[in-house]
Design a protein around this ligand. Structure first.
Ligand SMILES: CC(=O)SCCNC(=O)CCNC(=O)[C@H](O)C(C)(C)COP(=O)(O)OP(=O)(O)OC[C@H]1O[C@@H](n2cnc3c(N)ncnc32)[C@H](O)[C@@H]1OP(=O)(O)O
Length: 209
């Protein structure tokens, strides 16, 4: 049984805690800078992120349980901890093909399917019931929202957010730090640092995440 510290204590952290329990592991602390001092909620330690210095023993691992891709990245940079200290979380009711590589710190939620040959980066979120088909590449700090479908050979670049219920057709590439709006259908490549929405998806903003 692994002991895990979550950085972040929001709704997203609650879902990750449930994924961790489903793996038979335990959350021992939830650290968040909105807390000014250490306290206990049941057996779970809560407090500011600086508590990590005392809590990070050899047998403990961490997950950044924060939905914002940019904030997740900035916390990983701020903590500057070796990548092996980040746990990989896969809900017991997710289906992840045995050939799939999942990067450290990534979280795969209930109902997700990740198919053969997919490559999953670090600190990525695969939200409930999303589908990542064969040979997709999903880079670090991405968020594939609930019900989104990446069909075969899709690439999603670092930091991009694919909105709930959207679909990306085979072979299409989404750049880095781009947002695909909820319910969109992406039928051609989308550049980096933009927001694209609609069916078919069109760029509506150029600053991205
Ligand atoms: C467990 C969880 O909850 S995980 C969270 C998952 N979250 C999501 O899936 C949210 C995805 N976010 C969205 O879809 C958002 O609407 C965004 C990011 C695409 C756009 O948000 P904003 O930048 O605030 O854009 P804004 O709301 O100002 O809309 C700009 C225009 O785009 C349109 N638009 C916004 N989102 C969409 C969309 N998903 N599909 C179609 N059109 C859209 C708006 O109607 C508006 O059009 P108008 O200029 O003609 O009035």
């Amino acid at each position: 049984m692994e002991k895990i510290i979550l950085i972040g204590d929001s709704g997203h952290a609650k879902v990750i805690e449930d994924c961790i329990r489903s793996q038979g592991d335990n959350v021992i602390a939830k650290l968040d800078d909105r807390y000014k001092e250490k306290f206990y909620e049941g057996v779970i330690i809560k407090g500011p992120i600086t508590l990590l210095e005392d809590l990070l023993t050899d047998e403990v691992k961490i997950v950044i349980a924060i939905g914002s891709n940019t904030i997740r990245k900035s916390i990983v940079e701020r903590l500057d901890i070796s990548k092996e200290k980040y746990a990989v979380i896969i809900h017991s009711q997710a289906i992840v093909c045995s050939s799939v590589k999942v990067g450290h710190g990534s979280v795969i939620m209930p109902g997700v399917v990740v198919n053969a040959g997919a490559i999953i980066g670090s600190h990525a979120i695969f939200n409930s019931n999303s589908v990542v088909e064969h040979d997709c590449v999903v880079e670090d700090f991405t968020h594939i929202s609930p019900g989104a479908i990446l069909t075969g050979n899709v690439k999603v670049g670092q930091g991009s957010h694919v909105g709930a219920g959207s679909t990306i057709i085979p072979g299409v590439e989404v750049g880095s730090w781009t947002i695909v709006g909820a319910g969109s259908t992406v039928i051609s490549n989308i550049e980096s640092n933009v927001t694209a929405v609609g069916v078919p998806a069109k760029v509506i903003k150029r600053e991205g995440l």
